[in-house]
Write a protein that binds this ligand. Structure first.
Ligand SMILES: C[S@@+](CC[C@H](N)C(=O)[O-])C[C@H]1O[C@@H](n2cnc3c(N)ncnc32)[C@H](O)[C@@H]1O
Length: 371
């Protein structure tokens, strides 16, 4: 059985290699004009397809280790709270669409949330395959009394293709669509942003939620305007625009580089426009909150705090100076004369200034479908 899974895994890896080659060959064959038309979707897909899956040990040595954990904590809190709402409204069988699922970084969150069915969709075929392998392994390793959700996996450019046509069950409706760190890729054009939004919302049940995380365009532009060049950032991330002063509603491209993880073109999402567009799908904005404010609010709750400790979402203060976890970040900085850590002022721990500068460009959004 194990051997069969391994063989399947190896075959999938081989297939992934073939697919990657295929994408590269396709790109190679194109004339320059066609290449331009064949847009960023190809770039984005091949970038994420080529990202290596690294083990826990390598991740823990990364300069953005705590930031990644912090982002995961934030997604866990968001997903957990929305699932509570869905259950509170009486939903028995919970179905979720993970739009831009990547390699399945949120699978465990859905397992913890006890959902019934998950549809994972992403433009990057290799990521979708890895996501499926992760899911199969999770299922295989689970306790036989635990009922793990069923799942289906779709490789598709969700800003161009209609997902509902690819579902196993043509009638399936979702309680939640979760779109984590993805929606901004679609703001390349109105058509794409609309298709992504349609995929997110059209199969939501009345009362269902569209949740996500995306960079805050106001914050990006503020930092760009404050910079004396076309870019800003630090040793862990860099954002580079092509010009400044004027920002088109669609196709306002910048290049985003986040150490080891992202190195692709992205697009500004002008939030009032996003909110306006969502109305055509009967979606009402329930929450739009910068990461910093979301964190400040959620960390007040004991269960979120203990999850934060478990997920190592902040770097603990060292105890050798007699400092306890309950001491403030300022005290820590004062004692260590190491003041690049004063930004996240929490008794639980801290993030480096560089990581905080990177994570604080994002916001959380929640829309709800009106009946
Ligand atoms: C930063 S990753 C986030 C992955 C995952 N949601 C998470 O939070 O870990 C962005 C993902 O969006 C996917 N993506 C970008 N454009 C897409 C599109 N047009 N259709 C589907 N997926 C897309 C990428 O392939 C990548 O997996």
């Amino acid at each position: 059985m194990e051997e069969a899974t391994q063989t399947r895994g190896a075959q999938q890896e081989e297939n992934s290699g073939m697919k990657r080659k295929h994408v590269e060959d396709e790109e190679e064959k194109m004339s320059p004009s066609k290449k331009q038309v064949l847009d960023h979707g190809v770039k984005v897909a091949s970038h994420y397809n080529q990202l290596q899956e690294v083990g826990r040990a390598a991740r823990s040595r990364s300069r953005i280790f705590f930031m990644r954990n912090f982002n995961n904590w934030l997604k866990s809190v968001l997903i957990g709270e929305i699932l509570e709402q869905v259950r509170g409204a009486g939903s028995q069988q919970v179905s979720v669409l993970d739009l831009g699922c990547g390699k399945g970084g949120d699978l465990l969150k859905w397992r913890r949330g006890g959902i019934d069915h998950l549809v994972c969709a992403d433009i990057a075929g290799v990521s979708v395959e890895q996501c499926q392998i992760r899911y199969d392994e999770m299922k295989k390793k689970s306790h036989r009394n635990e009922k793990i959700f069923t799942a289906e996996f779709i490789t598709a450019d969700c800003s161009k293709e209609l997902l509902s046509e690819k579902l196993d069950d043509a009638e399936l409706m979702f309680d939640i669509c979760s779109c984590q760190f993805v929606y901004h890729y679609s703001f390349e054009s109105e058509q794409k942003a609309n298709m992504m939004l349609r995929n997110a919302c059209e199969r939501l049940k009345p009362g269902g939620y569209f949740i996500g995380t995306t960079p805050d365009a106001f914050e990006l532009v503020k930092r760009l305007e404050a910079s004396d060049s076309l870019s800003f950032g630090n040793e862990v991330f860099k954002v580079t625009f092509q010009s400044k002063g004027s920002y088109p509603l669609f196709g306002c491209q910048y290049h985003f580089n986040l150490e080891e993880v992202v190195n692709v073109p992205e697009f500004l999402v002008y939030f009032p426009l996003f909110e306006h567009m969502a109305k055509q799908y009967n979606m009402q904005l329930v929450l739009k909150q910068r990461f910093a404010d979301f964190f400040e609010e959620k960390v007040k709750k004991e269960n979120h705090r203990s999850l934060m400790m478990k997920m190592m979402a902040l770097e603990p203060f060292p105890s050798e100076d007699g400092l306890q976890a309950s001491d403030s970040a300022e005290e820590y900085c004062h004692a260590k004369e190491h003041c690049d850590r004063a930004d996240v002022r929490t008794p639980l721990g801290t993030l480096s200034r560089s990581e905080w500068e990177a994570t604080s460009i994002y916001l959380v959004f929640v829309f709800q479908k009106m009946s």
